[in-house]
Design a protein around this ligand. Structure first.
Ligand code: FAD
Length: 356
């Protein structure tokens, strides 16, 4: 069994950002990642995905993302960047390692992998993202629906849907972007809980990050943030979505009351048949490895202190990169840096005070 100061779980952008600061801390540490190659969830994004902000606004600490071929980096360019990043800083990533459980072991924590490997550690930084827990809402009759069902987590390209009738459920950026390309080859219906919120055409991720920064500052200063309505869920008008609006397909309808064997039924009794449903209904934090410590609350999150990154119930566990409850914009490339720095500052102070 290895004994080490810090175990980081997850080798996506959040785990690498933590590694960058740990590298300079003098602590011994390792990054355990369940994937077989670098890039975290970006490896599973759909092929045409482009970020909604330029490279300069899509970087993790230290080395910035190099200039990209198009104004907004592609999925392949993000993967390249993250692979080169961990190589450049010689980050101690071990993969594939699937962490199954963490438990208390005297003054330390015991981290156990599914292949029997174990680490004794003073601090755990959990950076496991959300991709491994796609969320699908429940509907009456869903079990009987005979069509294809796919979550955006597993969507790759539109070709399999050519010539079919497809319902795309979800009013966020994934829903809008997948609708934009599937509607070119299939008959699509867009279903959203409420009227989708579109950002202005000239607004991209940079404005969203500026708003997130203002929220973070306001939290530090104990005041109300001075930001307009709208946030990270609002739809960024990337070129394919603008094109979908031009083609008249960017129109949504309210959800059905139930599924049928061949489609869906609405409250007024009307029905539509579909060959496939693509769920663009988001993700939940992947925290099953922390269940044994009794930290996961009824909302599937972990109660954190005022800094947003440290577990209240188990102060040797830090959380990083899970989104708003864990820090404004912490689930984005540029947004994770300030929380990674704070996590490592706290971990270093805690280890110096011999808390574990
Ligand atoms: P992940 O990338 O999911 O990495 C977590 C890692 O932990 C994975 O490698 C996983 O295998 C591993 N892991 C999980 N559980 C375990 C375990 N038990 N043991 C060991 N390893 C484990 N952000 C931007 O900044 N700009 C954008 O334009 C943008 N667009 C996006 C578009 C889409 C469609 C989506 C879904 C996200 C987008 N994001 C964007 C958000 C964000 O950058 C990604 O979600 C990002 O992948 C989150 O990084 P992470 O490191 O927190 O998690």
């Amino acid at each position: 069994m290895d004994s080490i100061d810090v175990v980081v779980i997850g080798g996506g952008q959040a785990g690498l950002a933590a590694g960058y600061f740990l590298r300079r801390s003098g602590l011994s540490y390792v990054i355990l990642d369940a994937e077989t190659s670098p890039g975290g969830a970006w490896q599973h994004a759909w092929e045409s995905l482009h970020l909604f902000s330029p490279a300069g606004w899509s970087s993790i600490p230290g080395w910035p993302m190099p200039a990209t071929r198009e104004p907004y980096p592609s999925q392949a360019e993000v993967l390249d960047y993250l692979a080169c990043y961990e190589h450049k800083y010689a980050l101690p990533v071990i993969r594939p390692v699937q962490v199954e459980r963490i438990s208390r072991s005297g003054k330390r924590l015991l981290v156990e992998a599914d292949d029997g490997r174990q680490w004794h550690t003073r601090a755990v930084i959990s950076a496991t993202g959300t991709w491994r827990r796609p969320y699908t809402p429940g509907y009456e009759g869903l079990d009987a629906f005979g069509g294809v069902q796919l979550h955006s987590a597993h969507y790759s390209h539109p070709e399999p849907f050519a010539g079919t009738r497809v319902a795309i459920i979800g009013g966020g950026n994934s829903g809008a972007q997948i609708l934009a390309e599937v509607s070119k080859v299939a008959e699509t219906t867009w279903i959203t809980q409420r009227e989708p919120a579109f950002l202005a055409d000239d607004v991209d991720g940079r404005v969203l990050f500026a708003r997130a920064t203002e929220k973070w500052r306001a939290q530090q200063e104990g005041r109300e943030p001075n930001v307009p309505e709208g946030g990270f869920g609002d739809i960024v008008m990337v070129p394919p979505v603008v094109d979908a609006r031009r083609r008249g397909v960017l129109v949504s309808m309210t959800p059905p009351v139930r599924f049928t064997a061949t489609g869906m039924q609405w409250a007024d009794g009307s029905e539509r048949n579909f060959d496939a449903v693509i769920w663009c209904t988001g993700f939940r934090p992947a925290l099953s490895h922390l269940e044994g410590l009794g930290l996961v609350n009824a909302q599937g999150r972990i109660d954190v202190d005022d800094t947003k990154v440290r577990s209240i119930a188990e102060p040797s566990v830090w959380l990083l990169g899970y989104g708003d409850w864990n820090g404004a914009a912490s689930a984005t490339l540029i947004g994770v840096t300030r929380y990674a720095r704070e996590v490592v500052r706290q971990v270093t102070a805690c280890c110096a005070a011999a808390c574990g």
